[in-house]
Design a protein around this ligand. Structure first.
Ligand SMILES: NC(=O)c1ccc[n+]([C@@H]2O[C@H](COP(=O)([O-])OP(=O)(O)OC[C@H]3O[C@@H](n4cnc5c(N)ncnc54)[C@H](OP(=O)(O)O)[C@@H]3O)[C@@H](O)[C@H]2O)c1
Length: 238
């Protein structure tokens, strides 16, 4: 039986991925802060599942706790980092910027670190980060969020090049959703907002196909291409 750890499994994309992996006979390790939601998911899933209540902003504790979860599960094949936060923060409230950096940069890096050290040791494994289309350009209203997602995608690319150069058969997938209908989809004029189930299905398929990068839903690849070539003078007016 294959095994997956999903960080950020209490709601949204991570929760739907947990349901999908369980349906596909995976043992599932569920991680997040809201313990009661983890408990409810454990009792819903058909396959064996483990819960870990954890705030990934505490990096050292995160490394130790994920290491212990891997041991408790007697190893894992796949680690998905879906946990993330972000705020529309026009006033540059420092506590919101800090929370975003502590979660999406510090917490993410801590998990990627323990995951990679574990996978390198066993010379197999698959690491997935749920980044964002926001990684492509800076944002005037959510600067920390977009920058943190740029960090994630860049970091994942670095890890992928490292494993390729060292001929270690570890797969690294960078998932870049556009908009998904969860608490994280904030702001006005939202479009092409995907239901979380649909997003999870496409993410599951991209992971199964060992993709390096996938836009979710697929049509967000068009927006990604436009964002990459758009001149500053147009981008700043959006
Ligand atoms: N929804 C979108 O439109 C969209 C678009 C692009 C990218 N994304 C990315 O997709 C990922 C999943 O978000 P979502 O849309 O599914 O939103 P969500 O429903 O709010 O899920 C966020 C998940 O992250 C977990 N989390 C947040 N802070 C955490 C912390 N400090 N420690 C542990 N877990 C933490 C939450 O669990 P607890 O609160 O229980 O800890 C929750 O399970 C995020 O990385 C987000 O940036 C979303």
């Amino acid at each position: 039986m294959k095994k997956v750890i999903i960080i950020g499994a209490t709601s949204g994309i991570g929760k739907e991925l947990a349901r999908l992996y369980s349906l596909n006979k995976y043992e599932v390790g569920l991680v997040g802060r809201r313990s009661e939601l983890l408990e409810a998911l454990v009792s819903e899933l058909q396959t064996k599942s483990y819960k870990l209540t954890l705030d990934i902003q505490e990096a050292e504790n995160t490394i130790n706790s994920i290491e212990k979860l891997i041991q408790d599960m007697h190893g894992v094949d796949l680690i998905i980092i879906s946990a993330g936060t972000g705020h529309l923060n026009d006033d540059l409230d420092w506590s919101k910027e800090k929370e975003t950096i502590d979660t999406n940069v510090l917490g993410f890096s801590a998990i990627a670190n323990i995951a990679m050290r574990y996978f390198i040791k066993k010379r197999a494994g698959h690491l997935v980060g749920i980044s964002s289309i926001a990684s492509i350009r800076g944002s005037s209203i959510a600067p920390a969020y977009n920058a943190s997602k740029a960090f994630m995608s860049n970091y994942l690319e670095g890890l992928r090049i490292k494993t390729s150069k060292k001929h270690i058969p570890i797969i690294i997938t960078d998932i870049q959703p556009g908009l998904v209908d969860t608490a994280m989809a904030k702001g006005d004029g939202l479009f092409w907002v995907a239901p979380p189930k649909k997003a999870a299905k496409q993410i599951y398929k991209a992971i199964k196909n060992k993709k390096k990068k996938a836009y979710i839903t697929k049509r967000w690849a068009i927006i990604a291409s436009l964002l990459k070539i758009m001149p500053d003078c147009i981008y700043k007016k959006l």
